[in-house]
Ligand binder design. Structure first.
Ligand code: 5AD
Ligand code: SF4
Length: 437
């Protein structure tokens, strides 16, 4: 009888791709994807703990499965990702949700197949959180779900220890995949017809550090030289490691999208220092000036945190000033979330929620106004969209231009995976509406 899996993913693109690897492993065991939890034989929660609300959300959803499990004793429930990887959290999960069959972490994701088989054949539950051993598994074959886009890990873990961030504790030390494996994966994806490859890592710019393998700019250049029409993106970059050499490589290789995600976090030097970001607002602006010298029309996106411990009104004003001066095309904005075990969690001046709320509202308003202004400049222009989906409600296809801007258009035939030129007729805030030309 056909068995089905259902995966619930929380958090970043890294997790979305890890869910594709989980899906690949479950497919090898004979399971097929299904959209409803109630139809599944195995439900996997791939969790994130970067902010408290992502963690609470996962806890809430796991709690809701108690009833389903009591109705269907043979349902397998697995919880993985970075939430259980935090010290003591696997035990908390087990105590709170004893009906969860498998608890695993980020360092033993590749063993999920083994754990599921133990449960299926010997009815054994597994709680296994492994320490960071620096091991990189090259055997997982992801079941990709985002055609024409494909995600490729180039580094795992992080060495930066930004004072607010839990990632280095739950994902371990930074390690790079061998360039030959990455290049082979990219070549295979292009040969299979994927049209956009995004290289993933917590800090892609430090790729290869400590080994005699290629540097990040050389790796990017090498992949951009693969024959065929496709786009190449990468994320995330740490400003301290963003180099002139990289800006040059972007300018010389048309397949590399002129769109860079460069998280700044704050515009205040005092806050940046307390965050352990290792650059000042001026250093950041200088890097952007170099990037724009080589790639004048490069779109820039960023991550911003408000309410970091000790952030004053003046500090926050500096963030607003920096956002205006860089003129980002969009930004992810976050309220600081206290993560136990990080340096910032022990800082005395935690900011009251009401102040953070007011600040985030102001910041979101500013970011939206910049996005809207830039969208309006598109009207009347023709842009090349890589079509990546169909919106049933709007009865329109959608995709992005190389700058990452979303565009909608009508098409009589299936356009998913095609590069389509559309003339922009209307700008709706973030997204654009156009017609095929
Ligand atoms: N609180 C709020 N935002 C955070 N980020 C990381 N840790 C925290 C935290 N504790 C944000 C940063 C990072 C993005 C992935 O998540 O902006 O760039
Ligand atoms: Fe977290 Fe900083 Fe590493 Fe990004 S660079 S994952 S924010 S510690």
């Amino acid at each position: 009888m056909q068995k089905y899996f259902h995966i619930v993913t929380y958090g970043c693109q890294m997790n979305v791709h890890e869910s594709e690897k989980i899906a690949g492993m479950l497919s090898e065991l004979g399971y097929k994807n299904c959209n409803e939890m109630t139809e599944a034989d195995i439900v996997v929660f791939n969790t994130c703990c970067i902010r408290e609300n992502a963690e609470n959300h996962a806890f809430g959803n796991i709690g809701m499965l108690k009833k389903l499990k009591s109705q269907r004793r043979d349902l397998i429930i697995a919880v993985g990702g970075c939430l259980p990887q935090q010290i003591g959290k696997a035990g908390d999960l087990h105590e709170k949700f004893p009906y969860v069959d498998i608890i695993f972490g980020t360092h033993n994701l590749h063993k999920l197949k083994e754990y599921v088989q133990l449960k299926e054949k010997q009815k054994k539950s597994v709680i296994s959180i492994e320490e960071d051993s620096g091991f990189i598994c090259e055997d997982e074959k992801p079941l990709r779900t985002s055609y024409p886009n494909a995600w490729v890990n180039i580094t795992y873990g992080c060495n930066n220890f930004c004072s607010y961030c839990i990632v280095p504790y739950v994902r371990g030390r930074e390690r790079s995949r061998k360039s030959e494996n990455i290049i082979a994966e990219a070549e295979e994806l292009v040969a299979k017809g994927y049209k956009e490859i995004t290289l993933l890592g917590q800090n892609v710019n430090s790729y290869g550090n400590g080994t005699d393998d290629l540097s990040f700019p050389r790796l990017l250049e090498r992949i951009a030289k693969i024959e065929g029409k496709f786009r190449l993106r990468f994320m995330t970059s740490h400003p301290k490691d963003f180099s002139e050499e990289l800006a040059k490589v972007i300018s010389e290789n048309p397949k590399i999208c002129r769109c860079v995600h460069l998280p700044v976090q704050s515009g205040s030097d005092v806050v940046l220092k307390a965050m352990n970001r290792k650059y000042t607002a001026q250093d950041y602006k200088n890097k952007i000036a170099v990037l724009r010298k080589y790639v004048p029309d490069c779109a820039l996106t960023t991550d911003l945190i408000v309410g970091f411990p000790g952030e004053t009104d003046e500090d926050f004003e500096k963030t607003l000033e920096l956002v205006r001066s860089i003129n980002y095309s969009s930004a992810f904005t976050f309220v600081y979330s206290k993560r136990n075990g990080t340096v910032a969690a022990g800082m005395p001046e935690q900011i009251p929620e009401e102040i953070s709320k007011t600040r985030i509202m102001k910041l979101v308003e500013l970011v939206n106004s910049l996005t809207r202004e830039q969208s309006l400049k598109y009207v009347g222009k023709t842009v090349e969209i890589l079509c990546e989906g169909y919106d049933e409600k709007k009865d329109m296809y959608l995709g992005r231009d190389e700058f990452g801007r979303m565009g909608y258009f009508k098409s009589d035939k299936d356009a998913i995976g095609d590069f389509v030129n559309i003339k922009i007729l209307k700008a709706n805030g973030v997204s654009l509406v156009g017609e095929r030309v």
